[in-house]
Design a protein around this ligand. Structure first.
Ligand code: FAD
Length: 254
């Protein structure tokens, strides 16, 4: 797709689409950048929700995609989207190759009511993310940290490579705080770098290990990533006697 000339065609009266300005762009890994958006009409949201961005080309062609909100509700009106650059990707390609701070896009947010968590919901909580599927889970972790919550949470994060891990330092820092947050890392196309990390795809044993990091049975499990990743992780959770009733999933696509 050629360069899009973005419009600010969002209707003022609509509560759905609104213009949002890119205030900053930060590299998070080799393939992922965070885009900080200042909505013209600030909104509140819950950790785990997503937004839809819409781009409009000069000829009127439009493309829209969903992106999870990486920031926590407590972090103010500017929302962070962490977008992975997919080869040939229309919208992710725009964000990575063309978008600049100061550009305006259209945003509809917040969206989604099933994949949300608040410290008030309690725990223990299992979070399982594959690749960019970790984004809404990081929002939950940030929300938990900003509320100084010690709800038991374990994150199982599957990343292809060490250098593709998103929010790596932040997650390691959370682990260091020793406040009830536990972390299990696996890199599927890279060597394990730390003692206890894994270097294979998620399997039954890794799910059992993850569940055992919690002080009790999970109250809720949140699984996010590609369709096959979510299918696989949910399947292993159920094999480990986790009720499907407490497994919530968010699928990013193929
Ligand atoms: C609720 C929700 C939340 C999402 N949150 C995020 C997020 O936080 N960060 C993020 O990077 N993405 C997220 N996505 C995925 C995002 O919406 C787009 O699908 C993705 O950015 C690809 O769009 P594109 O226009 O760049 O690629 P397209 O032009 O649509 O596709 C390009 C190529 O990539 C393939 N492809 C499309 N989507 C994916 C995918 N998800 N994984 C692998 N290959 C794919 C297509 O088959 C095609 O071959 C989310 C999706 C949903 C439904």
């Amino acid at each position: 797709m050629t360069k899009m000339n973005l419009t600010s065609a969002a209707s003022r009266k609509a509560t759905v689409w609104q213009p949002a300005t890119i205030t900053d762009i930060v590299a998070r890994s080799g393939r992922v950048k965070s885009f900080f958006l200042k909505p013209s009409k600030p909104f509140s949201y819950s950790a785990g929700q997503h937004g839809t961005v819409r781009l409009t080309a000069a000829d009127g062609y439009r493309a829209q995609r969903n992106y999870s909100i990486a920031s926590a509700p407590e972090q103010g009106e500017i929302v962070e989207l962490a977008i992975e650059h997919l080869d040939g990707g229309e919208v992710s390609g725009f964000f990575h190759n063309i978008a600049m701070a100061g550009d305006e896009i259209e945003l509809k947010a917040p969206i989604g009511g099933h994949f949300i968590w608040s410290v008030a919901d309690g725990g223990p909580i299992v979070l399982i993310g594959g690749g960019s599927g970790v984004v809404p889970l990081v929002s939950m972790l940030r929300h938990r940290a900003l509320n100084k919550s010690n709800v038991p949470v374990v994150l199982l994060y599957s990343s292809r490579e060490w250098d593709e891990m998103i929010f790596r330092d932040e997650i390691f820092a959370a682990e260091e705080r020793n406040d009830g947050f536990k972390f299990v890392l696996t890199t599927t196309r890279d060597k394990a770098r730390r003692k206890g990390d894994h270097e294979r795809r998620i399997d039954a044993a890794m799910i059992v290990e993850t569940l055992a990091k919690l002080p009790g049975a999970p109250a809720q499990c949140f699984v996010c990533g590609s369709n096959p990743f979510v299918e696989m992780a949910a399947h292993h959770l159920m094999d480990a006697n986790v009720s499907p009733k407490i497994i919530r999933t968010e699928r990013f696509g193929v």
